[in-house]
Design a protein around this ligand. Structure first.
Ligand SMILES: *Cc1c(COP(=O)(O)O)cnc(C)c1O
Length: 369
């Protein structure tokens, strides 16, 4: 279909800067160094600065970033960690991997992320850490939650996998809390051409523990201070990420403009709930609407060549590994999982394509109302 609207177009991201990516590739090949070299050091400095942090530690992927950050913060066996019910399952898997126990926090009323009141209500005397997620690019009350955790002596780690470039309180959303973890999975706002991730933080000792943990427990060969793992961001991906990082502000500006365009065009559509996220604060990783007719709407859009996705169809606590951690009664997260639909958004789309999606969504919604 010639006028199809794809959900994402990762090839277009390469073509946009092909000479720069090819030069980055050549630079790394000529260097003869593939792991823990100059490209990673340079990317870590650039990413720490972009996040308003003193340190960035590159790791193998976003799940490892969460796991290693929890370990570096001293979270382990038997500790309770507060996690959003509505998130990608990796957030929960990281808690399970360090032997800790996830405790679900339902979203703030009318929103899709958690806030401080929900964290306070869910906390128990065993709560050792809070792990909020800036889901879809929307900051999850970073200032409020970070300040409360600091006052309670509870670790505060933000899952910023979907929030590269999100803003909060005049700073980057990743500048809050003890640390923030990132995924550079290809489809994220800052994506590599393979798997990659990072943790950002300010504390020197925390950064040292992370550099040890990702490299067999030591910063140098054959020094093993802790029982670490092998999870490093490789030189090729670091070099590619430096090229992509130079485009991040421009790509996020395009996403914000598209979100504003969707919200203007779709306002008042019968049966459709639009995202309440603040346009300048969110980096609009996803533009997520809600409707009780979600599956029908998705099917009718697909018939017109418009791709949509569901983030996510099932809460973590309805998945086998975490079935013991969910409420028996139907929750707000259960409802969200039945009703959310992600519309195409991203630097590959034109304003005309966004308008075409919005008019198709309006027409189908009006017919279903
Ligand atoms: C993508 C993602 C992760 C995991 O990142 P990977 O790089 O795929 O391991 C974790 N949390 C959230 C919220 C994500 O969207």
């Amino acid at each position: 279909m010639s006028d199809a609207v794809p959900f994402a177009d990762l090839g277009a991201l390469y073509r946009e800067d092909a000479p720069a990516y090819d030069a980055a590739y050549q630079r790394v090949m000529d260097s003869g160094r593939w792991i823990l070299g100059a490209e990673l050091t340079a990317f870590e400095a650039e990413w720490a600065a972009a996040c308003g942090r003193r340190h960035a530690i590159g790791v193998g992927n976003g799940l490892d970033a969460l796991v290693l950050a929890l370990r570096a913060l001293g979270v382990g066996a038997g500790d309770e960690v507060l996690v959003p019910a509505h998130t990608f399952i990796a957030t929960w898997l990281a808690v399970a991997q360090v032997g800790a126990v996830p405790r679900a926090v339902e979203p703030a009323p009318g929103r899709m992320v958690i806030g401080l009141p929900q964290v306070q209500a869910a906390a128990t005397p065993r709560t050792r850490a809070v792990l909020p997620v800036h889901l879809y690019g929307e900051p999850a009350d970073p200032q409020g939650i970070a300040a409360w955790c600091a006052q309670q002596g509870i670790a505060c780690l933000f899952d910023a996998a979907q929030a590269q470039g999100a803003q909060h309180g005049g700073r980057d959303a990743s500048a809050w809390g003890d640390a923030a973890s990132h995924s550079f999975y290809p489809g994220k706002n800052l994506g590599a051409f393979g798997d990659a991730g990072a943790v950002v933080c300010d504390d020197d000792a925390l950064a040292t523990r992370l550099r040890q943990l990702r490299n067999y427990g030591g910063e140098r060969k054959y020094e093993h201070a802790v029982a670490g793992v092998n999870s490093r961001l490789d030189e090729l991906q670091a070099a590619f990420l430096r090229v992509r990082l130079a485009r991040l502000a421009q790509h996020n500006a395009a996403r914000r403009a598209q979100a504003a365009q969707y919200s203007a065009l779709l306002a008042g559509t019968p049966g459709l709930t639009l995202p309440s996220a603040d346009v300048p604060a969110s980096c609009w990783h996803l533009y997520v609407v809600q409707t009780a007719q979600r599956d029908t709407l998705a099917r009718r859009l697909a018939e017109q060549g418009i791709a949509t996705l569901v983030h996510y169809p099932k809460p973590a606590y309805r998945c086998a590994p975490f079935a013991a951690h969910g409420p028996a009664a139907r929750s707000e997260t259960d409802r969200l999982c039945d009703e959310v639909l992600s519309l195409p958004i991203g630097p590959h789309l034109s304003a005309d394509q966004v308008a075409r999606v919005a008019s198709a969504v309006s027409a189908v919604s009006a017919a279903l109302a």
